[in-house]
Design a protein around this ligand. Sequence first.
Ligand code: EPU
Length: 367
Amino acid sequence: MIKKEYNKDLSRLNTFGMKVSARLYLEYDSVADLFDMDFEQLLSPVKHIGGGSNLLFTKDFSGTILHSKIDFIEVLEGSGKGTVSQGSGTMPDGASQGSGAMPDGASQGSGTVRVSVGAGLKFDSLCEWTASKGLWGIENLSGIPGEVGAAAAGNIGAYGQEFGQVVREVYAYDTREEDFVKFTREDCKYDYRYSVFKEGGVLSSRYIITHVVIELSSEPRPCLEYGHLAQALDGDLSIGHIRETIIATRDSKLPCPEKTGSAGSFFKNPVVDRAVYEKIAASSAVPVPHYDKQDGTVKIPAAWLIEQCGWKGRRSGNAAVWEKQPLVLVNATGLALPEEILSLEAKIKVSVREKFGIELSPEVEHI
Ligand code: EPU
């Protein structure tokens, strides 16, 4: 079913809470709906959103916003088989949802389990489900806002895991050919916060992700390399405890989405030549946190650069830099206008450029 609204208020559809509107908003819950849409007739530009958790609307949107409610979970192979409905979504082959039995065996078997997931499912509902089934691979991504399709397109990552690592196939509707296309994981060209679906132009607007096939392990595979995670777990390496610990860590650093609008990390962590890092390290009074990459370049946390420039916790009108994690810009009062966030972004970039000679680039998509 397609839900159609004109002059739609988008403030609840973007986690920054920007009070903007879309000329036309279409929400659909089956692949059949996509076949029914005449893309040439839609008000342009056309933009597909997920949970609106990684974007900044810079003004009212003059075209069509599309949003998927395809939200099934289906175990494809492994030790259990079954379909689990998370809501009103419809499966890609049009099969009805209903109360498919939970794949009880999925937590007992060995090896890998493939799961097909609708693009419109909340990403953390997927993490909660996989943890409850003892399926390993995305437990460290617990608590990330957003939806599965956007997670696959943006290769979301946290605490040593990236979603692209478990993605095996991405299915999309090709709006030009009016047909389905399968992208293998290789086709997706995953990299840090990157896939082909993030490329500007043709790719990003032509294909609409409908569902994603992921491969998880039914054998325990704790991923504990990141920071103090192993220490925080205090010896309990169960998947449920890892999920809870990750969520508690996130809650202690990141703003609560219900209370303070943000889009998570606003900037990417810059990767610089070793010489640039060494120059900064030589002139710094404190140790410079950094991660050496295999190709000889060095990644420096943007949070540190921003903090060193004195921005941590600072307010600028209704926008602010989060006091516990300066990589996050927030809508401090709930009343921030897009231009206030943009102005804060610009000021931070100037500071970091002047102090360190590093150009920060946004992680958050500007629309
Ligand atoms: N740091 C500071 N000051 C701070 C906070 C952090 O200097 O106030 C420095 C420290 O050196 C710290 C380092 O930054 O060790 C890294 O901090 P953190 O572990 O919080 O990770 P991050 O690199 O800032 C990335 C992701 C986050 C993800 C965390 C945890 C990006 C752009 N961001 O942040 O993702 O949750 O790692 O894995 O890669 C998001 O994308 O929205 C997001 C929250």
